[in-house]
Design a binder for this molecule. Structure first.
Ligand SMILES: Cc1cc2nc3c(=O)[nH]c(=O)nc-3n(C[C@H](O)[C@H](O)[C@H](O)COP(=O)(O)OP(=O)(O)OC[C@H]3O[C@@H](n4cnc5c(N)ncnc54)[C@H](O)[C@@H]3O)c2cc1C
Ligand code: SF4
Length: 330
């Protein structure tokens, strides 16, 4: 690991100023991703600005929804009664990730900003356009079992690793950020992460020096019928091969609203918009769930080693919908 300067921020203004003034500075949340990247030589910041003591840990009701602080720990967020009761799929998604020890350290802001787990990204001896723009993509012709089937480019086929973010997308969350001038911005979750196109080194819409301060969850009526399904190689310490966050709202026997997002399939959490559209006004039957899964996965473009994700994605959608529908009380 290269030497770096350590600074502890006392307030949001000080933190954002420090990072906006030094292009090689990074915010330090729980450190569970950034410190690993530094140990591997993937990231070499000259300064870490520790934000752990900023007053951004509250989880509270706002405008009928819930605001979760960027520095609330993943564990505290998953277990908070407001989240458990109103957004159970978020609780399930967070608890499906990492391990209890890591979730006790990891912050919500850091979870949104965590970087891909593509093995070529972590191996500094391999070409990787995300780590070193213009060097090539080791995964494109390499071992690409865990990689994207949607939205990839010939520059990068990595997937976003977060579970929490898949649920946040399905819930139409909004990311609140603040810059060094004190200016605040609200970014719809769907616009926060980006597809790789020609600049895979850019993971998201955040500008230099902007700090995530909170994530807002709008009021929904999906709590009774929602589910997060994660499929992985083993049940702990494993990132999703495919995951599905789903919430449905029933009117009698038909689906009035469907929200669905997928993880492990694209460079950003992937909105299953085609399946959502298909399900509107349909009965909650296995036949319709299977048809929705077919529609959603129709445009998938797998690589040599991840063709299995197309069928796995379909089955995961059907299974998640079944589980969500089963808890229907109407
Ligand atoms: C062994 C292991 C297994 C894991 N498994 C999973 C899994 O299955 N599912 C899953 O979803 N995750 C998993 N994770 C990832 C884990 O969830 C993330 O490492 C964690 O959420 C990052 O949070 P942090 O606070 O530690 O971030 P840090 O490591 O401190 O920071 C990560 C990045 O976010 C930036 N940052 C942090 N806070 C802010 C902020 N408020 N505003 C702007 N930028 C910010 C930092 O500058 C840095 O670039 C795993 C991690 C490990 C080590
Ligand atoms: S898929 Fe993306 S992260 Fe992985 S090697 Fe290619 S460019 Fe790098």
């Amino acid at each position: 690991m290269q030497p770096f300067k350590y600074t502890r921020a006392n307030d949001v203004a000080g933190a954002t100023r420090a990072v906006s003034e030094n292009k090689d500075a990074r915010f330090l949340g729980g450190g569970t991703n950034l410190l690993d990247l530094m140990r591997e030589g993937v990231e070499n910041p000259s300064e870490l600005v520790d934000i752990a003591r900023l007053n951004l840990t509250q989880i509270r009701s706002v405008d009928g929804g819930v605001s979760i602080g960027a520095l609330a720990k993943n564990t505290d967020t998953a277990n908070h009664p407001l989240v458990r009761q109103n957004y159970p799929m978020l609780t399930q998604a967070i608890l499906a990730g990492a391990s209890p020890q890591i979730r006790n350290m990891a912050t919500n802001g850091g979870n949104l900003m965590q970087r891909t787990r593509c093995p070529y990204f972590y191996d500094v001896s391999m070409p990787c356009n995300k780590r070193q723009p213009g060097s090539g993509c080791g995964a494109l012709e390499g071992i690409n079992r865990n990689h994207a089937v949607f939205g990839w480019s010939d520059k990068c086929i990595a997937v976003h690793p977060s579970d929490m973010c898949v649920a946040l997308l399905a819930l139409d969350a909004v990311v609140k950020v603040q810059d060094a001038a004190g200016k605040e911005r609200s970014i719809p979750f769907a616009a926060f992460h980006r597809l790789p196109a020609d600049t895979p080194e850019v993971d998201n819409d955040l500008k230099r020096g902007e700090l995530i301060t909170a994530i807002q969850l709008p009021k929904t009526n999906l709590a009774a019928n929602s589910y997060y399904l994660k499929i992985r190689d083993r049940s702990s310490y494993a990132f999703a091969l495919v995951s599905v966050a789903v919430g449905i709202q029933m009117r009698g026997k038909t689906i009035r609203e469907a929200r669905m997002a997928m993880g492990g399939v694209a460079h950003k959490p992937w909105r299953a918009a085609e399946a959502e559209k298909y399900l509107l006004g349909k009965a909650a039957t296995d036949e319709n769930f299977k048809a929705a899964a077919e529609v959603e996965m129709k445009e998938a473009k797998p690589h040599e080693y991840n063709k299995f994700k197309v069928e796995l994605g379909k089955r995961a959608i059907v299974h998640a919908l079944r589980r969500a529908a089963r808890s229907t009380s109407t």
